[in-house]
Every structure is written in C-alpha cells, then in structure tokens.
Write a protein that binds this ligand. Structure first.
Ligand code: UDP
Length: 479
C-alpha cells in the first residue's frame, strides 16, 4: 500500500442502519488493509452515540465524528435521526433535513485539513448525500459514492423514480421500464407513496436530484460482487459515465444493536435445534408488514409445522416503538409456539448475522434489504422473499431469476396485500422440508458463496481489484 502516512478518508453514510453498517464494514476494511490511512466516519449525534456504545467491536483506529443535528427543527420527533425511528412516510423529511448538515460537514473537513496540513484525499458519501460532491470539489478531494445496495435493484429503483412509468395513461399492471425495456415491472412492486407520487412530490424531487448528481462523482463503489451481479452492473455502467467498482460483500460483524440484550437466549435456543431446521424471519430495521399480512404469515407458518425465529415489529401504521399486542397474531399464537418449543418470537432486535451463521438456520424469510441479502448469501442461507419497499422488489427478482437462491412468497406495497397463508405454508415447506426446490436453492447459494469468497482472494479477487483501482484513481488525481 503506497499512501503517505497522513492520507485521510472521510466516510459519510446516510442515517439508517442499512447504510451505516456497510460503511462501517468499509471503514474496517480500509483500516485493516491500509494502516497508514486515517479513517473518519461521520454521522449525526444519536447514531454516533449508538456506535460509541459498540465501540469495543469497532477498530479503535476508526475515528467517529458527530455533526450537530436537531431532528425537532425539521419536524421530526426528538432523537429521531435514523430511518429506523421513523414511519416510512416520514423518511422523506429526514432525507430533506440531511441537506442542512452541509455547513457543519464543511467545517469538519476544514478542521481535518488544518490538523493534517492538507485536505482529506478521499470523501466517500452515501447515495442520499450527493451534496458532498460540492464539498469535495471545494477542498480538492476525490469524491466517491458508495452504493450500499445491489446494482440491479439500484438501477431499476432509480429509473422508476426518474420516469414514474406507472403514471402513463395506457400503462397496465405490467409494463416495461423506459431505460431498460426488457425489464418488466408489475404494479404490485411499487410502494404506495411512489404510486401516488408525481413530478412535484417531495420524494420525487429529492430522489431525482440525487440520481441526477451521480454522474458528477469521481467514482462509484458498490457493495456487490462483479461475478454475482453481471447484468445489474452492466446496466449501471450503461447509465453512469464514471468508473464503477464492486467491492462487496462488505458485511460488518459490528452491527450496532438497536436494542438491549436478548441475543444470547436466541442463540442458546438455536443451539438446541436440529441442523438447518429453523426458518429465520425478519423485515429489516425500518420496514414492517400490515396487520392482515401478519395474520396470514403466522397462520401459514403454524400450518407448515416448520420451526422459526420471527423478529416482529409493530404492523404498518403504528409507532415503531409500540408495545406488542396479542391481537396482531392469531389467538394464543405466541403461547402455542412457546409451549411447543419449536419457535421463537423476538420483539425488537435480533443478532441477525449470528443467527444466519448458526448451523440450525435453514433459510431466511426476508424483505430483501441488500444487507440482509449479502449476509444470507455469505452464510450460505437460501431465501424466501417478501419485499416491501424501494429496491427490495428488484433484489428479490434478481435473486430468484438470475441467481436461483430465492423464491418470492409475499409482497407488500400497502396498496394491495400479496400475502396468502396457503402460499406461505406451501413455499415454507418447499424450501425447508427436504424437497427439490430447497435442495436446488442450497446448491446455488453455495455457488454464490464461493463467488463471494473468490472476490477477495489475494492477487486475483475482483473486489480486491476494485478497491486498488479506487486508490489508484484517487492517487492519480492528486499528481
Ligand atoms: N438487523 C439486525 N437485527 C434486526 C434487524 C436488522 O441485526 O433485528 C441488521 C441486519 O443484519 C442488516 C441491517 O440491520 O445488517 C438491515 O439492513 P437491510 O439492508 O437488510 O435492511 P433495511 O433495514 O435497510 O431495510
């Protein structure tokens, strides 16, 4: 590694669990592979506090810096500076509010420049913080956007916001994506807020602005693997003029816990279950299903007889911090599951990576948020998809149609619910009970896992090469 001792990289993820975690993994990677590089991760106060609580699991050389941010000033609840704290419809308020961080960020970059005697060589920002391009230009730093999602999902999702194709009068339920007419979109893959959005909606305005600025960055880093996402990367390279380097899978074992305790009991319970017998169910850190979908899922699961760990968040429409209510589930469901000792309901937060790494876990019913996808593939766990929002629908498509490691079992766009207890029962049994579908998915997931390992093989790995090219381009820029 050739950088001089005082080179500095500043990383700025958006304020969401699914963004902070891969940035943290990137920070850890940089700190371990390039010990001469100073690595600073920037965020808002409550997120930095959460990270500080997990400080023991984060390499000590990574500096954590907080920018002043007062959620109440932007119409957000106090301490709500993370998407996990907000209902979906308020996400856009946090998106817009994030622009107010610009002057504090520039002050921080100015302070770093003074301390180091020169500006940071690299600024790596989130896709939702493209204003950092202006900061990088001002200080002469090499700017890079780090996409924490997959290539295919990101391209299709961005293109959907760019064109809002479902709004055209003659569009039926299934229609081609204007930028890539061979990609067909079904209306049920569009969340309600997007179905209702027009050109002037805050979501549209914010997301179009970010997407249009992608072409101004110096380079794109993306948390995927060249060999696993050829089609998506090809589409992305068609859309963006800059270099695009896949550097995945970046998975952090230092996921900051959003709630206290409880993890050990889950792992102990898994220890007592037969190998590959447990279905792990989670819809991620910021999404949830509707009350009626919860009933369908619970009823289908019970009928399947399959063991499961289900991380439950309150249904759509309720405060994410609400106490669990028994009426969300079939009568006496939790008691029956507990009495049978075959299943565990987790109210709140679960140690997902540990669960996916456990030999008793046989499959993952997931909303297909990209971190969950990578964690599952990396641990060789096949998936049942139940996408709910954003790129998740297209991640699920890619996993099912291209990689063959997943089957879609439900879909929730809040307009219509595609969740059916009979389908849940059938698909869960098909994947978990030794049938051909499950066997084939396991075979394919092992292949993808090998591709992912190979991406970091010394000398030949594609992600390793992507990272070196990023450093080379940043270095050339300065000469
Ligand atoms: N996660 C976790 N425990 C939970 C829920 C989520 O550890 O109970 C972690 C999960 O391992 C992943 C991240 O939170 O790293 C969620 O990111 P993802 O992209 O899958 O979904 P998002 O939350 O962004 O929708």
């Amino acid at each position: 590694m050739e950088e001089a001792k005082s080179e500095h990289v500043v990383l700025f993820p958006f304020m969401a669990q699914g963004h902070i975690t891969p940035f943290l993994a990137l920070a850890g990677l940089l700190a371990s592979r390039h010990p001469n590089l100073a690595v600073t991760l920037v965020n808002t106060p409550f997120n930095i506090q959460t990270l500080t609580k997990s400080r023991a699991t984060i390499p000590s050389s990574i500096r954590l810096r907080s920018l002043p941010f007062f959620p109440e000033e932007h119409g957000l609840p106090p301490a709500a500076d993370n998407l996990a704290e907000l209902p979906l419809l308020q996400f856009v308020t946090l998106f817009q509010a994030s622009k107010s961080l610009q002057s504090a960020f520039e002050q921080l970059i100015s302070d770093i420049s003074e301390q180091d005697g020169r500006p940071p060589r690299y600024i790596v920002s989130d896709v939702f913080l493209t204003w950092t391009i202006d900061t990088a230009r001002r200080f002469g730093s090499f700017h890079s956007i780090f996409i924490t999602s997959g290539a295919y999902g990101t391209v299709v999702y961005s293109s959907m916001w760019k064109h809002l194709p479902h709004r055209s009068a003659d569009c039926g339920d299934l229609f081609p994506l204007p930028d890539f007419p061979d990609v067909l979109i079904h209306r049920s893959q569009i969340p309600k807020h997007q179905l209702l959005a027009d050109d002037a909606s805050p979501w549209t305005v914010f997301l179009r602005e970010q997407v249009s600025r992608f072409s101004e960055t110096d380079a794109v880093l993306i948390n995927t693997v060249e060999e696993a996402e050829r089609k998506g990367l090809q589409m992305m390279r068609q859309m963006l003029p800059c270099s695009i380097w896949p550097i995945g899978p970046l998975i952090s074992s230092a996921v900051p816990s959003m709630s206290s305790g409880g993890g050990e009991q889950i792992i102990q319970w898994l220890d007592s279950q037969p190998p590959a017998s447990v279905l792990y169910i989670s819809f991620g850190s910021q999404n949830t299903i509707t009350a009626s979908q919860m009933m369908e899922l619970a009823t289908g699961l019970e009928a399947s007889g399959v063991r499961f760990v289900w991380v439950i968040r309150p249904p759509v429409g309720l405060d994410v911090k609400s106490e669990h209510k028994v009426e969300w589930l079939p009568e006496k469901f939790e008691e029956r599951m507990r009495a049978q000792g075959r299943s565990l309901l987790v109210h709140g937060w679960a140690p997902q990576l540990e669960i996916l790494s456990h030999p008793s876990t046989g499959a993952f019913l997931s909303h297909c948020g990209w971190n969950s996808v990578l964690e599952s593939l990396n641990r060789g766990v096949p998936m049942l998809a139940w996408p709910l929002s954003a790129d998740q629908f297209f991640n699920a498509n890619m996993l099912e149609k291209e990689l063959g490691v997943c089957v879609e079992v439900g879909r929730g766009n809040m307009e219509s619910s595609m969740a059916d207890r009979v389908v849940v029962e059938r698909m869960v049994k098909a994947v978990m009970c030794g049938g051909e579908i499950g066997r084939e998915m396991r075979r394919r997931v092992e292949e993808v896992r090998e591709l992912m390992k190979a991406a970091w093989m010394e000398g030949v790995g594609s992600s390793l090469r992507g990272l070196s090219e990023f450093f080379r381009a940043g270095g050339d820029r300065r000469r």
